[in-house]
Design a protein around this ligand. Structure first.
Ligand code: NAD
Length: 735
């Protein structure tokens, strides 16, 4: 048997080992060729009398991340092509067959008459874990790195190669639904507890354990193929079976707001599939899978959250030919809220950090933040005290600029004050080497003007983190007018080293993310002023797909910060720049009532210890009008909350603040949680079409004011029927 992606050998006992080791790839991925070869190998095992059973394992450091999502996305393009050429019916028939092929191969493996065992080390996710699930025996290594799971839901898909059917036949339905909804990567011991794997052993005992089991169980069958099999939660239409569905539907609604068709398909596939024998259940799953794979939500989520995100992380915006940078020591100036977080993520990535503040006590306090983060992890069993020692060892607190000598990169996070920053920049410059890049974490001051304080403005750049630094995945890299390629490459290499996702943004007020998200906050404030009940505003935000409502988010960011930004805008751009009613609302909350948000436990919400936060009842008194809730168009509230952000993103493209559309999409989801179902701010517009979006903007502008007026770029795109990914095709530029 000739195979390229697998090695195949049979031992003296007739136990075969199929070792997956795709050439020229660091990780095994399921492609069409892999499917072809797997099918061939299964047929060979089935047809060869001398083979008693087969172990499937990986020849790489990790098992496999699952199916090639680009291949799945390609199927959608193929469908479109065929639909045009042969009509939708034939195209759909092709699509259905192609999208269920993996499911059929796995079922063939499971029923071919010979037992299979999966021996797993490292990550085994998605389609790869579905392969393991179709094996009669699953053993995983007890290694730190080993994880199993079905994370498809995170990119708008669901497990379509038997995952929904097998998992729901292995464990109580409620647990199965939870696992499928969450898409978590599960550690070995927990996987065993859930019944997803049979054994956890040392890595070097994996193959032997699998072989021993196969030898002892030559006629093994899956439970659902065995006579007398009963569903773990009994029949769907039994009394205990039916208990599950009302709460399951409610949880689905609460968690998704009905924005994610894939999650609904999981519910349907499990509900319908469990009422059928497994073969028909798998067919039902395949039907839903084909439907979801063709949904715009899946296409846009795969594009932004998997493909584009990966491309940006691997350096899609890195200047070609710039030599790679590796950083041994990073100087972090300012050990406050942000600086302390930056020091932590830098040390976590293995770099040394010189953490400088005005005095030793402040610098030590910044270092203590890292101590606290790791101690919390230790308390949860996620880290060992040795990890904390190693990490803390890397951070040197100081108040002496001379300690910055020898740093390869500087990241500044001192007070947001021009004069303070200017002085710090001069002090740093006096001690660092000539080639060192200086990065500022400013959130509002233009990089171009800060760079004027630095003798080598080509080496000056913005690296804008989001808070909390250890949790937020996005970093904005800001180019000043004079920033050079070397600085950009260095910033991107650093962001990569700390394992975050970068977007590159040209210098402008608010950069990209804050510019968009501030509109979300203000639109919520406007609704309050108009007389919309606060709870309705918050719910509209969540229903639109935002992680939290605009009032809640203002509390998290801090209302006094919103007030400060508004004051700065008024000062810089004049009194017309912000509507008086918005200024008055923030004045009232911040100046008069001292309601600053979560930070002083008083904001749009009240925060009582040990109790869930509650909307502050006094908000009603701040409203001069109270609209009748039944007369309010909730759909329009949702539209306003998303359109104000998407329109701002479109403006950043027109102004060339954003030059790669992938960055607006990825940045909006990772930076401020913009409705992930849409694939991001620009995909939201592409999803409905520029024409429909412009019409919606015009309707909203007529009713609510010129802030919704579509910009020139959008009007032009609507006229020409263009999309962002068509007009600004990021791949064309790269080619
Ligand atoms: P912070 O007040 O918590 O910390 C600032 C630190 O800088 C303090 O520890 C202070 O002692 C130190 N400092 C002040 N002057 C100094 C000097 N001359 N030399 C050395 N250290 C000095 O502020 P923060 O929230 O961490 O913000 C820091 C920077 O990060 C600001 O530019 C801010 O705009 C930016 N930023 C903040 C956020 C956020 O959410 N807070 C997000 C992104 C960016």
């Amino acid at each position: 048997m000739k195979l390229e992606h697998f090695r195949f050998e049979t031992d003296a006992d007739g136990i075969a080992t199929l070792t997956w080791d795709s050439p020229n790839r660091s990780m095994n991925v399921i492609t069409v060729q892999v499917m072809d070869e797997l099918e061939k190998a299964v047929a060979h095992v089935a047809a060869t009398d001398a083979i008693k059973g087969c172990v499937i394992t990986s020849g790489k450091e990790t098992f496999s991340g699952g199916a090639d999502l680009a291949m799945l996305q390609g199927l959608g393009a193929e469908y479109q092509k065929r639909a045009k050429a042969d009509g939708p019916e034939q195209a759909m028939s092709f699509f259905f067959d192609a999208s269920r092929r993996l499911s059929q191969i796995y079922r063939e493996l499971e029923t071919c008459g010979k037992p299979f065992a999966a021996a797993v080390h490292g990550t085994c996710l998605g389609g790869a874990f579905e392969l393991a699930l179709s094996c009669q025996f699953r053993v995983v290594s007890d290694d730190e790195k080993t994880r199993v799971g079905l994370p498809e839901i995170k990119v708008g898909l669901f497990p379509g190669a038997g995952g929904t059917q097998r998992v729901a036949r292995m464990m109580p339905t409620g647990d199965a639904l939870q696992m499928l909804f969450r898409g978590d990567q599960i550690k070995p011991a927990q996987a065993k507890g859930m019944g997803l794997v049979h054994a956890v052993v040392a890595r070097d005992a994996l193959i032997q354990t699998a072989k021993d089991w196969l030898k002892a169980n030559p006629a093994a069958k899956q439970p659902w193929d065995t006579e007398g099999y009963r569903l773990p939660s009994n029949k769907v239409h039994s009394a205990p079976g039916m208990m599950i569905w009302p709460p399951a539907n409610a949880i689905y609604r609460r968690e998704t707001q009905d924005n994610y068709p894939a999650a609904k398909a999981v519910l349907a596939a499990v509900y319908e599939g469990l009422q059928l024998p497994i073969d028909q259940g798998l067919r039902v799953e395949s039907r839903y899978f084909a439907k979801i794979l063709r949904s715009p939500q899946a296409a846009h989520m795969i594009r932004s959250l998997f493909l584009s995100k990966g491309e940006l992380e691997k350096g899609a915006r890195r200047p070609a030919g710039a030599p790679a940078n590796s950083f041994k020591t990073v100087g972090v100036i300012g050990a406050g809220f942000m600086g302390a977080g930056i020091a932590y993520v830098t040390a976590l990535a293995g770099m040394k950090v010189v953490l400088l503040d005005r005095d030793m006590a402040a610098a030590e306090k910044g270092k203590a933040h890292s101590h606290k983060i790791v101690s919390d992890q230790i308390a949860k069993g996620r880290a060992k005290s040795a990890d904390r020692d190693v990490l803390l060892e890397r951070i040197t607190p100081t108040a002496d600029y001379n300690d910055l000598k020898g740093c390869d990169l500087i990241v500044e996070a001192v007070f947001e004050d021009r004069a303070v920053k200017a002085e710090v920049i001069r002090n740093v410059q006096a001690v660092i080497g000539k080639d060192v890049i200086f990065a500022s974490n400013t959130s509002t001051l233009p990089i171009t003007s800060l760079a004027e304080n630095f003798a080598r403005p080509k080496q000056f750049i913005g690296i804008h983190f989001f808070s909390p630094v250890d949790k937020m995945l996005l970093v904005e890299v800001i180019l000043g007018k004079k920033t050079g390629d070397k600085a950009l490459a260095a910033a991107l290499d650093y962001v990569r080293a700390i394992r975050k996702t970068p977007i590159v943004v040209n210098d402008t007020r608010g950069f990209f993310a804050n510019r968009c998200v501030l509109n979300y906050l203000s639109e919520g404030h406007r609704m309050l002023i108009e007389g919309v009940p606060a709870a309705m505003i918050e719910n509209a935000g969540k229903m639109a797909g935002m992680p939290v409502g605009p009032l809640s988010l203002t509390d998290e960011v801090a209302i006094d910060l919103a007030w400060k930004i508004t004051q700065a805008t008024l000062k810089d751009l004049g009194p017309q720049a912000v509507e008086p009613a918005l200024v008055d609302l923030l004045d009232e909350l911040v100046v008069k009532l001292e309601r600053f948000g979560r930070k002083n436990k008083k904001g749009f919400y009240d925060y009582q210890p040990g109790q869930p936060k509650r909307l502050w009842p006094g908000l009603k008194d701040l409203q001069k009008v109270h609209l009748d809730p039944d007369a309010i168009d909730v759909e329009e509230l949702k539209q306003r909350l998303l359109v104000c952000q998407a329109l701002e993103a479109a403006k950043t493209v027109e102004e060339k603040v954003i030059v790669d559309v992938r960055e607006a999409d990825v940045g909006s989801i990772l930076g401020f949680g913009f409705a992930p179902w849409s694939g991001g701010t620009l995909s939201y517009i592409d999803g409905m079409g520029a024409q429909a979006f412009v019409a919606l903007c015009k309707k909203l502008a007529a009713k609510h004011g010129p802030r919704f007026k579509p910009n020139r770029l959008l009007v032009d795109m609507a006229k020409k029927g263009e999309t962002f990914y068509g007009r600004f095709n990021p791949y064309k530029k790269a080619a």
